[in-house]
Design a protein around this ligand. Structure first.
Ligand SMILES: [Zn+2]
Length: 195
């Protein structure tokens, strides 16, 4: 992953300190305070999304979860971010709030968190460490690029949808590639499920 503040790449950040800018979660705790209350799939702290859009987004994110049962895609819409950037905020949130129903941490965490800062019209995407084997920084940049036009036009639901759909497609491709990679070439007389 990359540091949400200075973009320095580093590994397994949960308890680490960024080697370049010395960012720590504790430092973000003092900036952002207590973890805000959140709902399943979509949290609209701006209270500006129409109910119909909220319902449609929830059902899209529910579909995502059905396709990738280990993974929960959560969306956080903030009216503004005080004390930092949206990238810092969702990095902090992903580490401090538990979105996964399994409470999965570290390499077992496959969750995705999309944050939107309405005032800055900026978005950021954070993935669990378990997904870093399958998705690259470039994938995340492309996913965010899908939503940027809609966000600039203040169409948050469309922006979120574009990002989720892109991630769904990329994760499907990554899952297929991983499966092909691990398929045993030996004869199939005994299947691993019988062990
Ligand atoms: Zn840094």
């Amino acid at each position: 992953m990359r540091c949400p503040s200075c973009r320095e790449p580093f590994a397994q950040a949960a308890v680490a300190q960024c080697p370049r800018c010395k960012l720590t979660l504790r430092r973000l705790d003092t900036r952002f305070g207590t973890v805000p209350r959140h709902s399943r799939f979509v949290t609209d702290r701006s209270a500006s999304l129409p109910l119909r859009d909220m319902r449609e987004l929830r059902s899209l994110l529910n579909l995502f979860h059905r396709k990738f049962p280990q993974s929960i895609f959560s969306v956080f819409v903030m009216p503004r971010i005080d004390g930092g950037t949206i990238a810092e905020f969702i990095f902090w949130l992903a580490n401090r709030a538990r979105f996964s129903s399994l409470g999965a941490t570290g390499g077992d965490n496959f969750d995705v968190l999309l944050g939107i800062d309405l005032r800055a019209r900026a978005a950021a995407l954070q993935i669990g460490y378990g997904l870093e084997n399958y998705l690259s920084e470039r994938d995340l940049e492309r996913a965010l690029a899908q939503s940027s036009a809609a966000l600039s036009a203040n169409d948050v639901p469309r922006g979120v949808r574009a990002c989720v759909e892109f991630m769904m497609e990329r994760m499907r491709e990554a899952a297929v590639a991983a499966e092909e990679h691990t398929t045993p070439s030996s004869s199939a007389t005994s299947s691993p499920s019988e062990w």
